[in-house]
Design a protein around this ligand. Structure first.
Ligand code: HEC
Length: 264
């Protein structure tokens, strides 16, 4: 009797271990199955149409937007973001750069993007534009230009933010993302302090999320990690989000961009 209870417990313990592994395998298998037809394609198609569509008070398209490689160049642009832009005197990530272009070319107030709920209004527009642009960098190398002093400053700020502990649980980003082989809710968490880990973690976002059928930009990913850290929600596109992005992207420099990713 006693023996069978023990055997049962053992079997349960083994099974739950197996279950965790097979769930990761299942996600891998799903990725393979849809590799030729990433669900993000629908968002990317919408984004391409929005890029070319005349919108806003100035009734202009985004086709003259300079994402860093010259006006209108989309191919390879997001693999090189965030970067320092002379025209704004700021380090911008893909989303804040798009806000700059929407404002200057189309006359759309950045507040409309910042204040919209995730997946609604101008944030929905942003999400589609991002899906389009990052698809055009799929397979490129992460190539962050760290020469401008403004980039070095952002990197140092981002590194500080990454290790900054606080909140009711005294968590930092490193608490969840500074270990080898860490896993939370069946999601493998890369060690973002290393080149390989940062390349995997940074290089596969923005991503389509299988669990909720949503497309998440990097700003959305970061905002949700602040929540997991029990920190107040960061302001969309604020310096701390850019700094963290520079830190992760620069750490992953040379890795391969696989965007849009497919995630749990
Ligand atoms: C309490 C744990 C926790 C903290 C703290 C945390 N994260 Fe996360 N993070 C996660 C989890 C869990 C995921 C996986 C996404 C999911 O399945 O929800 C994730 C995913 C990510 C990813 C994508 C990795 C990948 O391979 O897909 C990045 C990048 C990231 N976090 C950055 C950060 C940054 C930057 C901070 C600090 C501001 C942070 N995280 C704080 C738990 C955390």
């Amino acid at each position: 009797m006693k023996h069978s209870v023990l055997a049962g417990l053992l079997a349960w313990a083994v099974c739950s271990g197996v279950q965790a592994d097979s769930a990761t395998d299942e996600i891998a298998r799903y990725r393979e199955m849809i590799a030729d037809g990433n669900p993000s394609e629908l968002f990317a198609l919408q984004g391409e149409a929005l890029w070319k569509q005349k919108r806003g008070p100035k009734n202009a398209s985004l086709e003259q937007c300079d994402l860093g490689l010259g006006p209108g160049v989309v191919k390879g642009a997001s693999a090189r973001l965030p970067r320092y832009f002379k025209d704004t005197g700021k380090v911008e990530d893909l989303e804040t750069r798009l806000m700059t272009c929407m404002q200057t070319l189309q006359g759309i107030d950045p507040k409309l993007v910042i204040d919209a709920p995730w997946g609604k209004g101008e944030k929905e527009t942003m999400q589609a534009l991002v899906a389009y642009i990052v698809t055009e960098s799929n397979g490129e190398k992460i190539a962050i230009d760290m020469r401008p002093p403004q980039m070095k400053k952002m990197y140092e700020l981002g590194k500080m933010a990454f290790y900054y502990r606080g909140g009711p649980m005294d968590f930092s980003c490193a608490t969840c993302h500074g270990d080898k082989d860490k896993r939370i809710r069946l999601q493998d968490l890369p060690d973002l302090r290393t080149q390989a880990g940062a390349a995997a973690g940074w290089g596969t976002w923005p991503a389509y999320r299988v669990s909720n059928g949503q497309f998440w930009t990097m700003q959305h990913r970061l905002s949700d990690c602040f929540r997991q850290q029990r920190f107040p929600e960061p302001i969309y596109g604020s310096d701390v989000t850019i700094a963290l992005s520079v830190y992760m992207a620069a750490t992953g420099n040379g890795g391969t961009v696989l965007t849009p990713g497919i995630k749990r």
